[in-house]
Design a protein around this ligand. Sequence first.
Ligand code: SF4
Ligand code: SF4
Length: 220
Amino acid sequence: MAELKILEEKTEREEVSMDDALREILEDPRSPDGLKQCMQCATCVAGCPAARLYDDFNPRMMMRDIYEGKLEELLDGEGIWRCGQCFTCHARCPRGNSPANVVLILRRLAVLRGYAKDGKHNECAKLRDVAPLVACNLYGKGNNLSPYRVPLPLAEEFGPEVTAIWMNMGDLRKKVGYDPKETRKAALPEKTIKEVQKLLDLTGFKDFIEKDIGVKLEMA
Ligand code: SF4
Ligand code: SF4
């Protein structure tokens, strides 16, 4: 598995080369299948809520722009901030691509290389608003958001694997030490939470959130 790299925060906009971006995408553990030669079939677009709402973004166009080397336009534009991270494209792409994860990688590059500063991108600003809550929950409790907030029909949209997880959620939660029903309270043993924190320290999550995003991780 590729090493997680934490880039230094840039105060000035820094040019990102195509090689740079491709390396980020191909080495990132979130996109194990890389780009796998997108065939522009638009299956991802058919289920993409962001594409329905916005003219300046759809996952097929984003993949095409990467192949065409239009990186500056992607990082500088609002498009990559339109994606709602529903992962429908990830579940449906016949080539095993994950536009949803590519969006995350491009957003990370945009933030860290100075392309998404000063609240220019509204969605970026919103993400910064929710970041403290999500990050503190994850670091302090080993928990993130309530999976029961995702209704079954929506889970089915993500494909058979997610549906199977949804159907067995209670048992799976019990197995790792969570209360099967109560998703807001941390039921993880102290030792497990410490292990989660160690993982988040080792992978650079804590440094990234505190230094690059500017959120102090406090124990909730
Ligand atoms: S990312 Fe996948 S689903 Fe989307 S256009 Fe490319 S091959 Fe088709
Ligand atoms: S995750 Fe994929 S399908 Fe969902 S909004 Fe983003 S690009 Fe569209």
